[in-house]
Ligand binder design. Structure first.
Ligand SMILES: [Zn+2]
Length: 231
């Protein structure tokens, strides 16, 4: 069942599941959903009281995951429209010709397409190809840096994710959202470092944050940039 409480000016929605357990547990998923697991005899009153008590922590967790929410902006893929690559803005310039290509030239992304409707696919392929090479180049020195902690990702793969910039599997595979190629290098480094820290600490505890700060002093700046950039 779902319900909500008011905390200050904020509404906290939550999903409640009763189960055969002794104490009440609250988790915040990366999708920012609040999940409450309660012993079968807990009253709704009691559940709400617990959530109210934990509200500052819940809101902190939700804001933490917020930066991992790529916001898909509606693009029309028409001449003059701006598109981002590594944090810089480029204007789209479409030429119709048989031989298709995508090139960066000055402040322009020049797309040569056999027909106009191909522009979006060509550009997305180009982004994906660049994400594949750039992410590995950016990650290499960071992976080296983490060898002092005796951890190393098993692999780095790209996958389009609706709600996240990156994630890390229990087996140590780092998954990055190819959309990140639109962000500045510092943002990409931040997401990679964040996931590398997860090889050591699997949640967002203070220990995790301390490590992240040790490995990237100005991570908050890049997190904020990431939030703003694709908004
Ligand atoms: Zn994380």
């Amino acid at each position: 069942m779902t319900a909500a409480i008011q905390f200050g000016s904020k509404i906290i929605d939550f999903r409640l599941e009763y189960s055969d357990r002794k104490s009440l547990g609250i988790t915040v998923t990366p999708e920012m959903e609040v999940l409450v697991k309660a012993p079968t005899d807990t009253t709704m009153e009691k559940v709400k009281e617990k959530i109210r008590k934990k509200a500052p922590w819940i809101l902190k967790q939700q804001s933490f995951f917020l930066s991992f929410q790529p916001k898909t902006t509606l693009r029309k893929f028409i001449n003059g429209e701006t598109h981002l690559y590594l944090g810089r803005q480029y204007r789209l310039q479409i030429t119709i010709a048989k031989e298709e290509s995508v090139k960066l030239k000055g402040k322009f992304i020049e797309v040569t397409a056999s027909e106009k409707s191909r522009t979006k696919d060509l550009l997305n392929d180009w982004y994906l190809k660049h994400a594949q090479t750039k992410f590995h180049v950016i990650a290499a020195p960071l992976i080296d840096k983490f060898k002092k902690h005796k951890v190393e990702p098993s692999s780095i793969v790209l996958r389009n994710m609706q709600t996240r910039w990156g994630s890390c599997t229990p087996k140590g595979k780092i998954i990055l959202n190819p959309e990140l190629i639109k962000a500045p290098k510092g943002c990409i480094e931040y997401v990679i470092i964040h996931e590398l820290c997860h090889l050591i600490h699997h949640d967002h505890t203070q220990k995790f944050l301390d490590l992240q700060t040790k490995e990237m002093k100005d991570w908050e700046k890049w997190k904020m940039k990431l939030e703003k950039l694709l908004a």
